[in-house]
Write a protein that binds this ligand. Structure first.
Ligand code: GRG
Length: 310
């Protein structure tokens, strides 16, 4: 086995440290029950949201914000928290028996497996609403028309990319594709991956760019870069569902095969899938390198994602 490079290990440690800081930040945004009746939903929300996870989307948002010169926390932090709440709700719903029927996620039993299907649905719904409540709170700190303009656009990106023109749209196409007997076309795979997985990654990076005041042209570059990252991330997810280790991943493996699901890997094979992850990641890095600011961290993050095992 190849000896792990120290730099990979050091970067993995850095990601863990960043995730720990985000965990602490998220704990500050979690819903606190105001009466006995709210105890159960508050507990289920906390169980789902504060369960670990890589916190990749808030990290991408924060680093893109920094790259374009954004500073301070009052604008970016609530959006980072909102993004992780939306991502977590999507996982909570995706694990439900009516969807992927998974019982293991983020190293523990899934929300529905602990609290029941009904509470699984309601916990996802509650996290989604809490996400908008959290992101909307940024309007309270806006003072100038420019700040209002940036925050309004960020709110629009969050809502659009999480919805039918983004993640939900991708999930619907994915579910329809599961019923399809004929092989998926390249166009179908692109649509599903860009939307189901890519949309939140794109929103994370665009929101970071918008809040920092990036130009429209730079926002377009970030969008292309994020689409590459999202696609590469989902293909790697498919690869790990076959070759990954359940304990290392903290979630069930082999569920695609068990569900007879068509993926990029079933269409092209493991080797080509790995090569495509590499190609897309290099393309994303090429875009980053043309952008102003210090993109060193994001570049290393993209390289790290190609070789991720969890
Ligand atoms: C609205 C009923 C209803 C359902 C929503 C939209 C949706 C269901 C699910 C989203 C689709 C989804 C789960 C896409 C997969 C994206 C993906 C690879 C998730 C795993 O992300 P990681 O690896 O997870 O970043 P951690 O746990 O590290 O945060």
């Amino acid at each position: 086995m190849m000896k792990e490079k120290t730099t990979d290990k050091a970067f993995r440690e850095l990601m863990k440290e960043k995730a720990a800081v985000i965990d602490e930040m998220l704990a500050g945004y979690i819903f606190h029950p105001a009466c006995d009746e709210q105890e159960l939903i508050a507990e289920a929300m906390r169980y789902s949201l504060l369960a670990g996870g890589k916190r990749l989307r808030p990290i991408l948002m924060q680093e893109t914000y920094r790259m374009f010169g954004g500073s301070g926390t009052q604008f970016i932090e609530p959006f980072m928290a909102a993004m992780e709440m939306i991502h977590t709700y999507s996982l909570v719903h995706d694990d439900l028996p009516a969807m992927d029927n998974d019982e293991y996620r983020r190293g523990r039993r899934t929300t529905w497996a602990v609290y029941g299907d009904d509470m699984g649905i309601l916990t996802g719904d509650a996290l989604l609403n809490a996400a908008y409540e959290t992101a909307l709170s940024v309007l309270e700190v806006c003072e100038t028309p420019e700040q209002y303009r940036r925050v309004s656009r960020a709110l629009g990106v969050l809502a659009a990319n999480a919805g039918v023109r983004g993640m939900i749209g991708g999930q619907v196409a994915d579910m329809a594709a599961e019923k399809q007997k004929e092989p998926l076309t390249g166009q179908q795979i692109n649509y599903i991956y860009w939307n189901k997985t890519g949309a939140l990654i794109e929103a994370s990076m665009i929101i970071g760019a918008v809040l920092a005041g990036a130009t429209l042209s730079h926002q377009e570059d970030i969008s292309l870069c994020a689409m590459d990252i999202g696609m590469a991330f989902q293909i790697q997810d498919d690869i790990l569902d076959i070759v990954g280790d359940s304990a290392e991943l903290g979630k069930s493996v082999g569920s695609d095969a068990a569900n007879g699901k068509q993926t990029y890997v079933t269409a092209h094979g493991l080797e080509q899938a790995g090569a495509e992850v590499e190609r897309l990641s290099n393309e994303a890095i090429g875009i980053l390198q043309k952008l102003p600011g210090d993109h060193g961290f994001l570049e290393t993050l993209v390289r790290y994602l190609i070789h991720r095992r969890s």
